[in-house]
Design a protein around this ligand. Structure first.
Ligand SMILES: [Mg+2]
Length: 126
């Protein structure tokens, strides 16, 4: 069974890029375009990894991540924050909020597959 990855991203270009790379690498990919749909889909699919955009209209990624991390049914899901903020201390902020990792955009198509492999490895954090 391939690992299942849920991409929650409102920007269609970013979503398609991520989806295509991960599909090409053999992952079972699902997508949602806002935090609310993302939370529902995460509960439904229980993916091995979630790539969560932070800036989204409606429910943002920080809120959606905290909902999933605050619910015992989904608190074990691995969630990586995707953000274009280039502020110092961001990484620490997202890790403190319970995210399992942090990736700043623009996403490197060359580095992404290796990062995803690391994130999926049991017991590891980035
Ligand atoms: Mg966005």
């Amino acid at each position: 069974m391939p690992h299942r990855i849920l991409i929650i991203e409102d920007n269609a270009n970013n979503m398609i890029l991520l989806r295509d790379i991960l599909t090409f690498h053999g992952y079972d990919v699902a997508v949602a375009s806002d935090g609310k749909d993302g939370v529902l889909l995460a509960r439904d699919l229980m993916p091995d990894l979630i790539l969560m955009d932070i800036q989204m209209p409606g429910m943002d990624g920080m809120t959606a991540g905290q909902i999933l991390k605050g619910d015992p049914a989904t608190s074990g899901l691995k969630i990586i924050a995707l953000t274009s903020f280039a502020m110092q201390g961001d990484r620490e902020k997202f890790l403190a909020a319970g995210f399992d990792g942090y990736l700043s955009k623009p996403i490197s198509t060359r580095e992404l597959p290796g990062l995803v492999q690391q994130w999926l490895a049991p017991g590891e954090q980035t």
